[in-house]
Design a protein around this ligand. Structure first.
Ligand SMILES: [Zn+2]
Length: 732
C-alpha cells in the first residue's frame, strides 16, 4: 500500500524493536503506522462539505466551540486550536466521504486544466496537487485521531472506516499515469523555481515512478496488481500472528521468579495453573527474563518460535518473491535497492557496510557480556558449558539486578508524574524559545485530556497546539505515541496553518489527590514522544508533504533518539526527580548505578538489533527465492551465537519483516545521527538556548525541505560522523 506522504504515528521504537514479534496490540500499531495524521479544522470541514447535511453539522459544531465565541471578541483571552472532536459516527462518515469527493474533484479539475493547456506550469499543477492531498489529510485528521482515542466505540469504528477509504484512495493515487504525465510535462516547463519548489517536483515524481506510473500501461497494471497482492499477503501474515491462540499451562513452581505484577494479570485453569500466551510480548518477555527454571523458558521460547511456523514462513517467502518481482519491474536489482532509493542510506551497499562495521566493533563487547552471563549460569548450574538460546535474556536481567543493584520500583518513587511533566516542559521551553500555556477547559475528546498552546517567545504569537492524553481507557490505543493529526503548511493567503498534535499514552492513572509514579523508562518514553511533538508543531515548512515529521524514514527517529540522552545525564536527572514523600532528588549512588546499568548490556542489546537488521537486509537482497530459515541460521552464526532449534520458525512471528521491509536498519542508522547531534549540546550545555535554537532552526522547523544530510551539516557546522555513536555503545 502506498500513501501520499510519510504519514505515520511515531512511537518509542526501542520497546518495539526489543521484541521480534507482535502482540495483538502491536498489530494495531502496525496498521496505525501507515495511517494519516492531520485533521479537519472547522474551516476545512466547511470547505469539504458537499451536502447540506455536512454543512449543517459543521455549522452546529462551530457554534458550540468556545473558539468561535472567543475569536469574535476583539482581544481574545483564550484562543483555541481550530479543531473539534464531538462528532457522531454518522457525521464522521459524512465528513469523510465529502473529503474523498472533494479530493477527486480537485484531481479532475487538475486534469481538465492539463487538457486545456499545452504548457502546464508548476503553480497550476504541482501546487494544486499537493494542496488537494494536504486538504484530504487535514479533513480526515480528527476522525483518524478519534479512531484510536475516542471513548465511544461507534466513533472509533467510523474513524477506522474513514481511514480505510483514505487508504483506498491513496493506494491508487500515485499509480495514476494520467496525473503523472501531466506533472512530468509541467516539470519540464518549470523554470526559475527555488530549491524547495524544485524538491517538491523531484519528490512528487519519485512517488509516482516508484508506483509504476511512468511505465507502459501493461507494466503499470502489473505493478498495481503486485502492490495489491503484497498488501493482501502482508495483512494475512500479520493477521495470522494476531489470531494465534496458543496457550501454555504452567504451575506456580514452574513460574518461580516471574514478578507478581505479571502473574496478577494471568488467567488460571481449574487446577489453579497459570495460562500464558507466548504471542503476547509482555508475557513472553517476562518469562524469558525472569523464570528461574530453564525448562519453563525453553518451553516459552520454542512455543513462540513455532507459532504459525509453516504457514507464515510460506507467506513470508511469497512476499519476498513478489517484492523482488516488483523491484525488477521498476528496474531495481533488488527490493532493498527499490526501498532505499528514497531513504537517507540510498542503497543496500551502504547499509551492509554500516552493519558489517558495527558487527566487527560489537563482537568483543558481546563476548565479554556472554562470559559474564555464562559465569552467572554456572553459579546456578555448575555443569553448564554454554548459553542456550533461552538463557540470554535471563542472565542479562540477572546481571543488571545483581551487579548494578538497580531497583526499578525504588527509582519510581522519585518520578512523580506531575513533577516530571512540568520539568520536561521546562527543559523544552528553555531550549527551544517557546512557552507552553495550558488552556482550560480543553474541550477535547475525553475529560482527562489536557490542551496547551505553544507561543514563540520572539514573535509572542501562538504557533501551534498540543494535547496530552496520558491514561488508558477501554478501546484506546495501547502504546505511547505522538499523533500529529493536523500538519502545518503555508496557505494561499500567506498565513501559516497551525499544526496540532497529541501525545497519546497509557500511564497508570493516579488515584484522586495523589500522583502517579513513573518508571525511568516511562520518563524516557515521554521525553522521546515529546520530541516528536516538537518536530510536528514547530515546523515552518512550506508544503505539507515536507512539514514536521514527514522526513526520510531512516531519519525520522533521530531527533527523538537524541532527546532521550537528556534523561541519562546527572544534572537533568537531579531536576527530573523529586521523591513523592521527601521531595528529595535521586541520591547520587542510585543515579550512578542507573546510568552504569544502561551500558552494561550494550553489546547484547545492539547485537540483537544488528542481527534483525542483517536478516531483514539479507532477505531483501537475495533474489526471488529465499530460504528464510536457512538465512536466519546463517546470519545467527555470524552475528549472534544463538542456535536455532529444529522445527522452529522465528521469522514467522517477526512482523517487522513485513512492516519494515528492508528498513529495520533504520533504528540503528538514525541513532548514529542522534548521537552526533547530541555532541553539540554536550559542548554548549544541556540547557543551552543557543544550541536549542540552532536545533529548532535547522532540524525541527525545516522538516524535509532539505535532505537530512544537509540539515545535519547545517546544524553541526560539519559533516556528520560515527564517533559519538560508537562512544555511546561503549565502542572505540
Ligand atoms: Zn519515536
Amino acid at each position: 500500500m502506498r500513501i501520499p506522504h510519510t504519514l505515520r504515528i511515531l512511537c518509542a521504537m526501542s520497546l518495539i524493536l526489543a521484541v521480534p514479534g507482535l502482540s495483538q496490540a502491536d498489530t494495531t500499531k502496525k496498521a496505525a503506522k501507515v495511517a494519516a495524521k492531520k485533521t479537519a479544522t472547522t474551516k476545512q470541514a466547511k470547505k469539504t462539505a458537499t451536502t447540506k447535511q455536512v454543512k449543517k453539522v459543521v455549522a452546529v459544531k462551530a457554534a458550540k466551540k468556545p473558539a468561535a465565541k472567543q475569536t469574535a471578541v476583539k482581544k481574545p483571552v483564550v484562543v483555541y486550536p481550530n479543531v473539534t472532536f464531538d462528532y457522531t459516527p454518522k457525521e464522521i462518515t459524512t465528513l469523510c466521504s465529502a473529503a474523498l469527493a472533494r479530493a477527486n474533484r480537485s484531481l479532475e479539475a487538475l486534469l481538465a486544466y492539463g487538457k486545456k493547456t499545452k504548457t502546464p506550469g508548476f503553480h497550476y499543477t504541482f501546487v494544486p496537487f499537493e494542496t488537494a492531498i494536504a486538504e484530504f489529510d487535514e479533513a480526515i485528521g480528527t476522525p483518524y485521531l478519534l479512531r484510536y482515542t475516542s471513548p465511544n466505540k461507534a466513533v472509533r469504528k467510523a474513524g477506522a472506516f474513514c481511514i480505510r477509504s483514505y487508504f483506498g484512495f491513496s493506494s491508487k493515487l500515485f499509480a495514476r499515469r494520467d496525473i503523472y504525465a501531466l506533472l512530468k510535462k509541467a516539470a519540464a516547463n518549470s523554470k526559475g523555481l527555488d530549491a524547495i519548489d524544485q524538491r517538491l517536483i523531484t519528490e512528487t515524481l519519485k512517488k509516482f515512478e516508484k508506483n509504476g506510473a511512468g511505465l507502459s500501461e501493461k507494466y503499470s497494471k502489473e505493478v498495481a496488481q503486485l502492490n495489491a497482492k503484497l498488501s493482501q499477503l502482508g495483512m494475512k501474515f500479520r493477521g495470522n500472528i494476531g489470531e494465534d491462540k496458543t496457550v501454555l499451562t504452567f504451575t506456580a513452581k514452574e513460574l518461580e521468579g516471574v514478578p507478581a505484577g505479571t502473574l496478577k494479570t494471568l488467567k488460571k485453569d481449574k487446577k489453579g495453573n497459570y495460562l500464558m500466551r507466548p504471542i503476547v510480548a509482555g508475557q513472553y518477555i517476562s518469562v524469558l527474563r525472569n523464570a528461574k527454571n530453564p525448562e519453563t523458558r525453553k518451553k516459552m521460547l520454542l512455543a513462540r518460535q513455532s507459532i504459525k511456523g509453516k504457514e507464515n514462513t510460506a507467506l513470508l517467502e511469497k512476499i519476498i518473491a513478489l517484492r523482488h518481482q516488483l523491484a525488477q519491474k521498476l528496474d531495481y536489482p533488488t527490493y532493498a535497492h527499490y526501498v532505499l532509493t528514497e531513504r537517507m542510506a540510498k542503497n543496500p551497499k551502504t547499509v551492509k557496510n554500516f552493519l558489517q562495521q558495527l558487527r566487527v566493533k560489537l563482537t568483543s563487547k558481546l563476548d565479554a557480556e556472554a562470559k559474564i552471563f555464562l559465569a552467572l549460569k554456572k553459579k546456578e548450574h555448575p555443569k553448564a558449558t554454554a548459553l542456550d538460546p533461552w538463557d540470554w535474556r535471563y542472565y542479562n536481567n540477572m546481571m543488571k539486578k545483581t551487579m548494578y543493584a538497580v531497583d526499578g520500583e525504588k527509582i519510581r518513587e522519585y518520578f512523580p508524574m506531575n513533577h516530571v511533566i512540568k520539568t520536561v516542559f521546562d527543559i523544552y521551553q528553555t531550549l527551544l524559545g517557546v512557552t507552553f500555556k495550558e488552556i482550560k477547559p480543553a474541550n477535547a475528546w475525553h475529560k482527562d485530556v489536557r490542551l496547551f498552546s505553544i507561543t514563540d517567545n520572539k514573535s509572542k504569537k501562538i504557533v501551534s497546539y498540543f494535547y496530552l492524553d496520558l491514561f488508558p481507557r477501554p478501546g484506546k490505543y495501547s502504546h505511547f505515541a505522538a499523533f500529529g493529526f493536523q500538519g502545518g503548511r503555508r496557505l494561499m493567503n500567506g498565513t501559516y496553518r497551525q499544526p496540532v498534535s497529541a501525545v497519546v499514552g497509557n500511564w497508570q492513572k493516579p488515584a484522586k489527590g495523589s500522583d502517579a509514579l513513573l518508571s525511568h523508562y516511562e520518563v524516557q518514553t515521554f521525553f522521546h514522544e515529546f520530541g516528536h511533538i516538537m518536530h510536528q508543531t514547530l515546523t515552518t515548512a512550506r508544503y505539507s508533504s515536507m512539514a514536521g515529521t514527514s522526513v526520510k524514514r531512516d531519519f525520522v527517529e533521530a531527533p527523538s533518539q537524541m532527546l532521550e540522552n537528556w534523561v541519562w545525564k546527572p544534572s537533568i536527572l537531579k531536576k527530573l526527580t523529586k521523591h513523592y514523600k521527601t521531595g528529595k532528588s535521586l541520591p547520587t549512588k542510585m543515579l550512578n548505578s542507573l546510568i552504569r546499568a544502561k551500558y552494561a548490556d550494550a553489546g547484547h542489546f545492539w547485537t540483537r538489533q544488528l542481527f534483525f537488521a542483517t536478516v531483514d537486509m539479507t532477505y531483501h537482497t537475495s533474489g526471488p527465492k529465499v530460504d528464510t530459515v536457512k538465512v536466519w541460521q546463517e546470519v545467527a552464526k555470524k552475528v549472534m551465537p544463538v542456535t536455532l532449534t529444529k522445527g522452529t520458525y522465528p521469522a514467522a512471528t517477526f512482523g517487522h519483516l513485513v512492516g519494515y521491509a528492508a528498513g529495520y536498519y533504520g533504528y540503528l542508522w538514525s541513532k548514529v545521527y542522534a548521537q552526533d547531534m547530541f555532541t553539540l549540546f554536550e559542548k554548549e550545555g544541556l540547557l543551552s538556548p543557543k544550541a536549542g535554537m540552532q536545533y529548532r532552526n535547522w532540524i525541527l522547523e525545516r522538516g524535509s525541505t532539505l535532505a537530512p544530510s544537509a540539515l545535519l551539516k547545517g546544524f553541526l557546522g560539519r559533516k556528520p560522523n560515527m564517533k559519538a555513536f560508537y562512544k555511546e555503545l561503549g565502542l572505540k
